[in-house]
Structure formats: C-alpha cells, structure tokens
Ligand binder design. Sequence first.
Ligand SMILES: *Cc1c(COP(=O)(O)O)cnc(C)c1O
Length: 382
Amino acid sequence: MYSSRLDHLPPYLFARIDAMKAEKVREGVDIIDLGVGDPDLPTPEHIVEALCDAARDPSTHHYPSYAGMPAYREAVAAWYHGRFGADLDPETEVLALIGSKEGIAHIPEAFVNPGNYVLATDPGYPVYRTATLFAEGKFHEMPLTAENRFLPDLDAVPASVASDAKLIFIGYPNNPTSATAPLEFFEEVVEFAREHGIIVVHDNAYSEITFDGYKAPSFLEADGAMEVGIEMHSLSKTYNMTGWRIGMACGNADVIAGLGRVKTNIDSGAFDAIQHAAITALSGPQDCVREACGIYQERRDVLVSGLRSIGFDLEPPAATFYVWLKVGDSMKFAATLLDEAGIVATPGTGFGRYGEGYVRFAVTRPAERIREAVERMRGLDL
Ligand SMILES: *Cc1c(COP(=O)(O)O)cnc(C)c1O
C-alpha cells in the first residue's frame, strides 16, 4: 500500500518506549517525562499579545508571501546583525520557514539528485536522514564520539563519498549530544565544502540556549561561509514557540533561492500574524531569553549534580536543554528507567547507531521534578 519511499524509512525506535509509557500512564504511574525536546515554559506574554493584535487585523488573513513578509525578513537580518555581526540582504539572503524542520526537510529536494550523497552527523536530528531518503539521496553518517568531542572528523569521509556529496548537515549547539563547536570548526567545514563543492546546512536551533556566559557562534560568522551554505534557525527554542511554526533560512543567495523554489511549489508561507509576533520577539526586549536560560541552567545543575551523586561521571553542558549521558545499553537503560522509576529518557539509538551507549535527558520539566527523578534513580541498579 505504501510507497517504497515510506517503506524505506528507518524503523521508529521510540515505539517500544512509547508503548511502555502509555502502559505506565494507564496504570496510573506518576511519569516524569524528560524525553521531550519541547520547552515547558510558555511563550513570553508580549509575543502572545503581538499575535493577538495582528490576528485581529484582517490584512493578515490572506495568503502570506512565499518568502515571508519584507518586515519579517528585515527583522531577521537585523537580529542576525546584532547577534552575530552578519550582513544579510533581507531580499535574497533570508527566507521565512514554517519552523526550521520544514526547511531541513525540503532542502535536499532542491539540490540532491538520486544517488548523490548527503553527509550528516550520527547521532543527529532524525530529519537529516529522512529528508535525504525522501530525495532518494544516499546518507553517509559522520560519527560523533566522546573521543572527537562530538565534532565530526571530516578527514574520515572517504574521497569517493565526498566527491559525490551535495549537502552536509551539521548543528551546534548540538541535539542530542549538547556539544558546542568553536568557530574554527566552522572554518574547517567551509574549507571542506569548498574543496568538494558541497553545500553546508548548519542547524542553529539552540544558539540562544547557553549557560555560564558561553555565547554560541553562527556558522555565518566563519570566513567564506556565505559562499558555501546557509543556516537554519528558528524561534522555537529561543522564545518557547515550538507550536507556532516560524523559522528562517539565512545565507548564500543561490541556496536560499533553490529552497525557495521548492517551497513555492509545496507550501504557501507562514501566517502573517505569526510573522508579526516573530518580529516582536526578535526586535523586542530579550530578558525573556536570559530568564529561560537561567531556568534551564538551574535544572541542568540539579540533574548533573544528582547524576554525579549516584555515581555517573559527566560534565555540565554549556548549551541546549539536553544532558547526554553515557550508559550501558541505551534501550535497556531507558526501559529500566521507565519500568522501575517512571522516568522517560530518550535512548541514544533513536538518533542513529552511534548514539548507542547513551541516553538523552531533556531538562524541560521543573527542577523539583528533576530532583524527584534523581531520587527515584538512586534506588535503582543502573
Ligand atoms: C527543535 C529542533 C529543530 C526545529 O525546530 P522547529 O520548531 O522546526 O524550528 C531543528 N533542529 C534541531 C536539532 C532541533 O532540535
């Protein structure tokens, strides 16, 4: 019944955990869900107000422009300039997205011919792989390991793969490993992309979720980045707006144009009222972002010190709301946590085979719940 495109998708590895969780909920177990990569904090009030005002204006009720409102693209360019010092032409170097997942899912359609390689990190955001398969590309994983500080070894990509590759997906601060990348790494990626004629897609969804004074760079800050690629960004994690579906692609004008051509044939843009609210978010006061980071940082500290107190050895991550913990068997560990302690964590194998041996905790629950989770774990033989 289904197309081979669907039949060839990798198996859904969270099915077993989902089924176990549903069973626990039925049994009335008080579940602590540290599995979801979705902020529990609400969207800041001034942004909600901006949406309400804009939604009452009938001029927002029509089809939006494909590329995004000029005022939205200008606000994105201004935010990129203020935050990263990037100079973007709002007309040709900025494109509105219906969330960055949408841009990631569509970009291979614009550049990958059947049989071309797409390079991406493993573990990684699952959409890199599925988008490649939908475009009938071949997926080449670049392993992220503790030894390489969760940065891919570009020299390890075989020459035959690099020469037939069209796209490379990377993303730092990283989901799921919570690793960060220095600007020098992005400069290496630019070199690699130039040498092999590969388009870089950097996924920067977590650039604002950082701790202890760390400031994450944009890929576009690297010398030559604008010649070889683009960055996908989003308001989802920065302003707790995952449900709103608004993001942006920024960078090389030809790459932006290719993605734009795919999108004009598939979607009709993001609701104008949401773009108005997004302008308010990007150009308004940013204290809400600092407050959210303070909350995640406190939760991170509760989880990291708690895990240390029960015998785990880990460093506090400098960014993202994830903690990537080295364990034994990923699936077995996650199943034990759920079965014996009512805690949901995501097995690393859900992000690729090199995620084996890890689980991901998301600190998207209040500190007292995280404290309670640690207490429940204390009694387990893990
Ligand atoms: C959350 C997330 C995204 C996408 O978020 P959108 O809501 O679609 O903007 C993209 N990449 C990574 C790695 C993420 O974790």
